[in-house]
Design a binder for this molecule. Structure first.
Ligand code: PMP
Ligand code: GLN
Length: 381
């Protein structure tokens, strides 16, 4: 049998590769982004309660009304933005499904999808499967801000979608409201839509606030915002997320979602809705919680040979390693894992053209002993 791959360029994701290598070598896994602590007890108890209560059959296609209402309340409370729970919110199987459904809802054969490198690895393959051509525009190191000139140069009549990620994985960079306004200027004459991956929406530090695409009036009608409960409730394994978009976009989004997953785990949705109702301020504490870990990790590495870059958002820290090695980042991460016992994520798998700096990504969403053990090993490198 001859099988023609639809994604001949795509292998196994770097997250899976590095987690496997970490397990094989008993390395501290600061690679794949997940906390090594549990979601809040009350939230976990609620899941068990709803399983026992018999909430075990299909949820409504768009999401449990109690949860979409809780999401709208979260956006009002955290981001001071009005969202229509019924017509603008769809609960999905993690942020990943939301990204895929949004791309397939609006992108077709021959379209161009603009990606900002380093770009999270799920965007490009979804665009390719939709028959589109990914167009890569690098962010500007070392701060990884938008390069408006290069963006202006690639936008054209074929551009269907611009995918933006703030706070940004893997660099930790965040966009400001002024950046969104400048993007709105840039897109003013075009039909292009915006997909804004905001799964780290609550993880913005140093007193800054998250600037969502939904807060930019000129982009509001042409934008999808994607979020994930995995990030705000320390539950990456639950795979529950959502998409917010204006009603016309949401209608198209749901046409894909209903045949991709149809609906999302019922007891999980009940538990999330209950917890958000009981403790609407939980997410307010996340910035302090993770900022403390970021700063502790940086202090632990202060006398190492890694140079840390500013990390205003997400739970990732980039580290520059040119004082340690001339290896390319993929090989360096392999060596760090197998010889020094700490797994990290290289940046080149997220870029069409590898970035000019020698950088790796560490995830610091870890308990203190994990960070201490990793840092002790990293200081010895
Ligand atoms: N986008 C980004 C930038 C992410 O880092 C992740 C996962 N960590 C996702 C989307 C996917 O979210 P989920 O795990 O909820 O599918
Ligand atoms: N988003 C997570 C990260 O950046 C990984 C998700 C995955 O493994 N697919 O590490």
């Amino acid at each position: 049998m001859r099988l023609t791959s639809k994604l001949p360029q795509v292998g196994t994701t770097i997250f899976t590769v590095m987690s496997r290598l970490a397990a094989e070598h008993d390395a501290v896994n600061l690679g794949q982004g997940f906390p090594d602590f549990d979601p809040p007890v009350r939230l976990r108890e609620r899941v068990a309660e709803h399983l026992a209560l018999g909430h075990n059959q299909y949820a409504p296609m768009a999401g449990l009304p109690a949860l979409t209402a809780a999401i709208a309340a979260h956006w009002r409370h955290r981001h001071r933005l009005a969202v229509d729970a019924e017509r603008e919110v769809t609960v999905t199987a993690g942020g990943t499904e939301a990204l895929f459904a949004a791309i397939h809802a609006v992108v077709g054969a021959g379209d161009e999808v603009v990606l900002l490198d380093p770009a999270y690895d799920a965007y490009g393959p979804a665009a390719l499967l939709a028959g589109a051509r990914p167009v890569h525009v690098p962010l500007r190191p070392p701060g990884f801000g938008l390069d408006f000139d290069r963006l202006a140069a690639v936008l054209g009549p074929r551009t269907r979608l611009l995918i933006v990620n703030t706070p940004h994985n893997p660099t930790g960079a965040v966009l400001s409201a002024a950046d969104w306004e400048q993007l709105a200027d840039l897109l003013a004459g075009s039909e292009a839509l915006v997909l804004s991956d905001e799964v780290y929406e609550c993880l913005v530090y140093d007193g800054r606030r998250h600037a969502s695409v939904l807060g930019c009036a000129r982009l509001r009608e042409r934008a999808f915002a994607v979020c994930s409960f995995g990030k705000i409730f320390h539950a990456t394994g639950w795979k529950v997320g959502y998409c917010i978009a204006a009603p016309a976009l949401t209608a198209e989004f749901r046409k894909v979602h209903q045949f991709l997953t149809f609906a999302v785990s019922t007891p999980m949705q009940h538990a999330l809705a209950d917890f958000m109702g009981e403790d609407p301020e939980f997410a307010d504490g996340l910035a302090d919680f993770f900022q403390a870990r970021r700063d502790r990790f940086a202090a632990l590495l202060a006398d190492s040979r890694f140079r840390l870059t500013p990390a205003p958002g997400t739970y990732f820290q980039l580290a520059e390693y040119s004082a340690i090695s001339d290896l390319a980042d993929v090989e360096f991460c392999r060596e760090l894992t197998t010889r020094h016992g700490v797994a990290a994520i290289p940046l080149s798998p997220f870029c069409a053209v590898p970035p000019p700096l020698r950088l790796v990504r560490f995830c610091y969403a870890k308990a203190q002993p994990t960070l201490e053990l990793a840092a002790a090993r990293l200081r010895a490198v």
